[in-house]
Unconditional design. Structure first.
Length: 373
């Protein structure tokens, strides 16, 4: 989406009943709390997230976010309770893995070695190929004086995720002289050979998918993203890029589901919301598209883009009065953009305001004819 700026505040994106057991809704304290957390204002974030839980009891996303606040403040017992409570909610598999993984890290930080072992064992039941679970349990076993179990976990980690060494070799290939694009095919071949030996390396599947996408091998990339997510369900970027690949293939329903799942993992990334709204628009589901854009408009009333996108959807939905209201604000925010006047003129015509429409058309023509500075 052209001109899109990276937005920093969190939105309480609706995750649906399967994600947290509540109706679809937006929660302002959650949005603000996550923004404070991102800015390392943990005490304020904790208070806002506690308010969010009053509005949405049992919301796993809020519990995980507040647990993170407690953990960085070294309130380990409170963090442990929130992560455990989140994992017990009727959540998606990804959220269950995420909550359990945070709980294991929290127990390590609290030097609760036995608790960390139990958490990692549970994590491996949810995802038997999670290298971080083996890595964390290795550390816990080592601290407990159980070297045999520790070495087994270290070996399992090295067997599942030897990605670092592999990627360095590919980086050397890409950094060599010559056209980078021409090196994508040998990079793909390298990762395919690597994965034949290490079939559970989630990071390698992700890198393979990226190179395949660069060459337009979208179906192959989707399969690789699926494997990356299977072996590391909590990696946001894999879920997000998979959603983008689905959208590029015009599989909009699947993309919407994938964007929603990605947002569970990366709730501070508003690009997910923008992209999901665009998919709703493609399906003609204007109500949900408007809802997503409205969250951004409420958070960023000074931003032109969310208003502009929403105005276009209002127009498609023939809600011309609401579209005009948004276009009026868009013109105020960007009075030197010809497209804003051109699009508003069409809305004015639909509302029977011919004279104003002509005025906007003339203004658009003047801006287009003006010399560039």
């Amino acid at each position: 989406m052209p001109g899109r700026r990276l937005l920093l505040l969190l939105i309480a994106l609706s995750l649906g009943p399967a994600a947290h057991g509540t109706n679809e809704e937006h929660c302002k304290p959650l949005m603000l709390g996550a923004a404070e957390l991102a800015q390392t204002r943990y005490g304020q974030a904790e208070r806002l997230l506690t308010r969010a839980l009053a509005e949405m009891p049992g919301n796993a996303v809020v519990l995980i976010e507040r647990g993170r606040c407690y953990a960085v403040q070294k309130k380990y017992a409170a963090a442990d309770a929130d992560f455990a409570r989140a994992a017990k909610q009727p959540v998606s598999h990804m959220l269950a893995v995420k909550a359990t993984s945070y709980k294991a890290s929290n127990d390590l930080a609290a030097r609760n070695w036995s608790g960390a072992v139990a958490d990692c064992t549970h994590l491996l039941q949810l995802n038997p190929y999670d290298p971080t679970a083996f890595e964390k349990r290795y550390e816990a076993y080592k601290q407990l004086g159980r070297p045999i179990e520790a070495e087994k976990d270290k070996a399992a980690f090295n067997r599942i995720a030897p990605h670092t060494v592999a990627y360095r070799q590919v980086e050397n290939l890409l950094n060599a002289e010559g056209d980078v694009h021409e090196k994508f095919k040998p990079a793909i071949a390298f990762f395919q050979r690597h994965l034949a030996q290490h079939p559970y390396d989630a990071d390698a599947y992700y890198d393979l998918a990226r190179f395949q996408s660069q060459l337009g091998q979208t179906k192959e990339a989707l399969a690789a993203y699926d494997k990356s997510i299977k072996y590391n369900p909590t990696r946001f970027v894999s879920s997000y890029e998979r959603a983008n690949a689905l959208a590029s293939q015009k599989q909009y329903k699947a993309a919407i589901q994938a964007y929603t799942e990605a947002f569970q993992l990366g709730p501070n990334n508003e690009h997910v919301l923008l992209d999901r709204a665009a998919c709703y628009t493609k399906l003609g589901d204007y109500a949900n598209s408007i809802r997503d854009y409205s969250v951004l408009v409420a958070l960023h009333p000074e931003e032109e883009d969310p208003l502009h996108y929403r105005a276009r959807v209002y127009a498609l939905d023939k809600q011309y009065a609401k579209a005009l209201n948004d276009y009026n604000k868009v013109v105020e925010l960007a009075p030197d953009q010809a497209v804003n006047y051109s699009e508003r003129s069409k809305i004015l015509e639909q509302l029977g305001k011919h004279d104003l429409a002509v005025k906007d058309t003339k203004k658009a023509s003047e801006l287009l004819a003006a010399p560039l500075n």
